[in-house]
Design a protein around this ligand. Sequence first.
Ligand code: FEO
Length: 402
Amino acid sequence: MHNVRKVTDDIVWVGASDRRLALFENIFPIPRGVSYNAYVLLDEKTVLLDTVDAGVGGQFFENVEHVLSGRALDYLVVNHMEPDHCAMIGELVRRYPEVKIVGNTKTFVMMKQFFGTDFPEQTVTVKEGDTLAAGRHTLRFVMAPMVHWPETMVTYDETDEVLFSADGFGSFGALGGHIFADEVDFDRDWLDDARRYYCNIVGKYGTSVQALLKKASGLKISVICPLHGPVWRKNLDYFFEKYQKWSTYEAEDKAVVIMYASMYGNTASAADALAGCLAERGVKKIAVCDVSNTHVSDLIGEIFRASHLVFAAPTYNGGIYPVMENLLSDMKALAVQKKTVALMENGTWAATTAKQMREKLGEMKDIRILDAQVTIKSAMAAGQGDELAAMADAIAAELCEQ
Ligand code: FEO
């Protein structure tokens, strides 16, 4: 059964959601599923903007066929060549052999790598600012390299003021009938997944996102059509502001996230004790995460969100407890910056984790490490209350200031 929705009078969403896939990119858990969005513009010419992942190809073709209602497909615009969007290009060309494929030079290099051909007889190569006249609508192409692959571009419909934004402004999460952000409680139900998607998929490329935001600021945008998650047609500034913060690595919340790794519960106990001390000092936004039992992509989302972070971990084989080391490596890979950090370490005979975590954090930009540090020898001793209090005081002084 086809499953489509109108975005504007002439633009129809023809995407599909996958609720069976466990790991996006075979890395990221997606308990709420994921949508792969594609759009058809119906004008004097018909234009399909992107395809979908192979996992939902059947639904996608049913949707496209229904929307075209027997018309030919004139153009396919390829904004992004990652297989979650390009996987159906080969099959599309078999079904619509006359289709012209629109992309930039890098698009077609990747197309040849993925498909063994770049379909040389039917390509239209575009560059920054080029346009495609579809009839009443004119599509303008805007290059967006490294958001989040080098060939990425976005397409702007000058007539309906629609930005087809590729991975930008996307989110994890399947769409359930409501395809528009204003039809759901985005802040309650979607924001965490949108942040987790951004930070883990695009987070490293903040400078590239900033370049795209600058270009977007020169366009009058009424609708944002991303390749994943809800379409935006109201309150666009809300999401632009989130992207502004995320892409400049500014914290969204004045909040503290305590991330602990604990082998037998003693480091966990100290982390909880710190959380209690913070609460007693009036800190409202406190989150405590067990690094061993929280997926690193969720931790990265929390790290992007919060201004203050506490890392608590034992020494292991002379190094940092592995799950914490992995988290710190991921932070560096995703260019995390502008955080205030406190460190807790635990070691029964060689507590060296704080020193090693400090060194890893030193490889990142603008990480301020508080002087207050807690060293646990196996388990917090009764006399260590002052150390914990000093750390809590230092954090609370910054989070509770008026
Ligand atoms: Fe949703 Fe970069 O692909």
